[in-house]
Structure formats: C-alpha cells, structure tokens
Design a protein around this ligand. Structure first.
Ligand code: PLP
Length: 421
C-alpha cells in the first residue's frame, strides 16, 4: 500500500472534504524553496508551506540548533520555571518590535496567540472594574480556528455551523478614504463598550490576500487610541518580513498595544505562538488579588526546542542577505504584476512586499468552492509548483531564499495557465 493510501485509512486532514479529496502528495524531504515527493518529483513551494517557512526547508543552521537543543533540554513546565531560550528570544524580539512592546507571553500557535491577546484585553478592563466587553474587527478577517479566534474572524461558510455560538463582534469594513469618517463615528458610538480592536495589519491573508493602505489604518488606530480602545495587531501571517519590513506595523506610525506572532516565528520549523504587550497592559494584571492573574497557559508554552528554532530563524532573518532577498522578491513580483495586469483573464493584481495576489476573472461564481480553484491547484501541482488558490485568487508568497530562476519558472507557468485555462 502506498503512503497516500495508508494515510487515507487513518488520517483526517485539515480543511479537506475527505469524501472527494484526491490522494495527498507524500513529501519525503525539503531543501531550499523545494519539496520532493516519494517518486523524486520536485515541487517549488510557492506558499511557504501554509505561510510559515521563511528561510527554506530543512535549513541546516536551524536543524543544527534544534538538534543541539534536543540533547540539552526538550521541555520544561513554564509556570514556576524558565529556560535560556525563552528569555533570550523575548529579549531579542522585544528589541526589534515597536518600542512600546514590553512583555512576551508564549503559547503554541497562531490561534492561541490570538486567544491570549483577546483575553488580555477583556481581562484588562475587567481588572480595572470597567465593563468593556465588545470587540471590534474587520469583515473578512481571519484570526484562527479556535472559538475565540473564530469569533473575531469574519463570518463565512467556514464558521457557519458555529455562528450561533460565537460571541457577538462589531465588524467594520477595511478603511479607505471614502469610509474613514463613517468608521470613526461607529467607534465613537460604541466606545464605552469597546474593549479592543483586532486587525491583520495591511494584508488580510486567509480572507483572500486583501490589502489596504497603512495611512487609513493609522488614522483608525489614532482614533482608537483617543477613544481608549486597545489595539491588537495580529501579525501571525505578516510578521518576519512578509510585507517587506520586519513587521507590518513598521509601516505604521501608530503602535498597537498587543501583537500576535506564530507562522514565521520559528522559520516554519516548530509550532510556537507569541503574544507581546505594553507595560500598561501587563501592569493591569499586577495585584495582591490573585483573581487578577492571567489564568491562561498551554502544555507546550515556550517549548525549548521551538524557542531554539525561533532563535536560529531570527539569526538568519537578521542577516543582510535576507533583507536583500526580500527586496529582490518584491522587485520581481512588481515586474511580473505589471506584465500580466492587463491580461483579459486577470481581474486585479495586488502586492505587498513578498506577497503577490492575482484575482482570476470568473464568469459568475467566485467562491472558495469554485471549481476553478481545483483546476488551478492541479494545473500548478502538475507543473511542480505548490500554489493553493483561495477561490479564484492565486498568490505567491515564497520562502525568501527562493531563487530568481525558481520565481521565473512560477511566473512562466502562471502565464501559461492564463493561456490554457
Ligand atoms: C494563520 C493565522 C492565524 C492562525 O494561526 P494558526 O497557527 O493556524 O492557528 C491567526 N491569524 C492570522 C492572521 C493567520 O494568518
């Protein structure tokens, strides 16, 4: 029996309709921007393995650091105990994060990083004796799949079975120059109940690589600041270079109170979540009253192996060659977008940093479940490229080490698809 057949007997895959799913591709190794299957077929990973990988697969430096850590300390309970990796990682990250970020709270994935952020905000007001319990979020947002994270995400086919159980959130449109005043007045109207505003800065990833301008987000944030509404920047996807700067918040003048990270944090090697916050938020939990404690934690909080991977990834991230690679990808994306943007089958192209999204023209139905999505997915897979369209939107967000030749190959196959599909 093949590995794919054995898989089908025992495994239930995420985001997969198991009745109709094609057999999964068995990957046996990775190197640079490429993955290789059982038969030796090579795939260029144009989506960074669900947006997590930034330095390439099986990077020898990260592998070495992780392996050294494994024979030193693999895990320790993180309440009442600490370890070198967790402390060093927090020290080093807080140095490069926006200056108001002062404390680091670890968890183990992006959804939990968001859960922690939400709890910090809600309990912040609770500890202060104010009843602010409403959360403001953007339509089409995606903040994760656990219940709290799902509640602050846009309602969609994915949340439908649970909608009646999700807490009520105030959803607003992405800001632009036409609606900014309207959005501001919505905030003023509800300010006494608004605990916080959560957003994906500049790019809504899972929502369809929807992009919006820093300028209008800045204005919205300044307004929240004035009205006392706390701000959570969910940088789970945008963090660590994706948008062309270290963090998407580096494009902003306003500073969020809380930031969430995961995906690129360990270079895509290990699961790790991180929520950072200001001194002001941290201080609201300091008390002789034990009930003001943040009662939250996960078994694998600040796992030492994950911290070692994150430290190694950070070393690589801060090398000048990484920023050069990010700039190279930005430039190549820009040239390609210009080249195809007037193609009849392209509705729009949009780009922020290393993320290039192209919306395919479809006659009518443009949902995630459109058959065009599967056609495109399989077309690129056959060509040895992993592109995972969101409905009719294809996007490229490669590991930063991707070569120019590999990028050109992806571009050429997209052009070919435009002619053939
Ligand atoms: C992926 C993602 C999450 C959830 O992270 P998981 O590790 O998949 O739970 C949260 N927020 C954003 C913006 C994401 O892209």
């Amino acid at each position: 029996m093949s590995l794919a057949e054995r898989d089908l007997k025992v495994i239930w895959h995420p985001y997969t309709q198991m009745k109709t799913a094609q057999l999964p591709v068995p990957i046996i190794r990775g190197e640079g921007a490429c993955l290789f299957d059982e038969d030796g077929k090579k795939y260029i990973d144009a989506v960074s393995s669900w947006w997590v990988n930034i330095h390439g697969h099986a990077h020898p430096y990260i592998a070495k650091k992780v392996s050294e850590q494994l024979s030193k300390l693999e895990h320790v309970i993180f309440a009442g105990f600490t370890h070198e990796g967790a402390v060093e990682l927090a020290e080093r990250l807080l140095k490069i994060l926006p200056v108001n970020q002062q404390k680091a709270f670890y968890s183990d994935n992006g959804s939990t990083a968001v859960e922690v952020a939400i709890k910090m905000c809600l309990q912040y007001w609770n500890n202060k004796g104010e009843s602010r319990t409403k959360i403001l979020a953007f339509k089409n947002a995606y903040h994760g799949d656990t219940f709290g994270a799902m509640a602050v995400s846009g309602r969609s086919a994915f949340t439908a079975p649970f909608d009646s159980l999700l807490f009520d959130v105030e959803f607003i449109d992405l800001p632009d120059k036409t609606n900014l005043e309207n959005l501001k007045s919505k905030i003023v109207n509800r300010k006494s109940e608004l605990a916080c505003f959560i957003f994906e800065p500049l790019v809504q990833g899972a929502g369809g690589m929807l992009m919006y301008e820093a300028q209008y987000l800045n204005e919205l944030m300044a307004h929240c600041r004035n009205e006392g509404v706390l701000m959570i920047a969910d940088e789970v996807f945008t963090g660590f270079g994706r948008t062309g700067k270290c963090f998407a918040c580096n494009h902003l003048n306003e500073l969020p109170d809380i930031m969430c990270f995961s995906k690129g944090l360990t270079g895509g090697t290990m699961a790790l979540g991180l929520t950072t916050c200001t001194q002001q938020i941290y201080d609201a939990f300091l008390s002789d009253d034990r009930l003001k404690t943040l009662f939250h934690g996960h078994s694998f909080t600040a796992n030492p192996v994950a911290c070692a991977a994150a430290l190694a990834s950070l070393d690589l991230f801060l090398e000048t060659s990484t920023i050069e690679n990010i700039q190279r990808i930005e430039k190549l994306h820009k040239e390609f977008a210009l080249k195809i943007k007037n193609h009849l089958k392209i509705k729009t192209t949009r780009q922020t940093g290393t993320i290039l999204a192209m919306e395919w023209q479809t006659g009518n139905n443009t949902s995630y479940f459109d058959s065009l999505r599967d056609t495109l997915y399989n077309y690129f897979l056959d060509a040895g490229i992993i592109l995972r369209p969101l409905g009719n939107i294809i996007y490229i967000l490669p590991p930063y080490c991707i070569t120019t030749e590999e990028l050109y190959y992806i571009y050429s196959k997209i052009e070919q698809a435009l002619e053939e599909i």
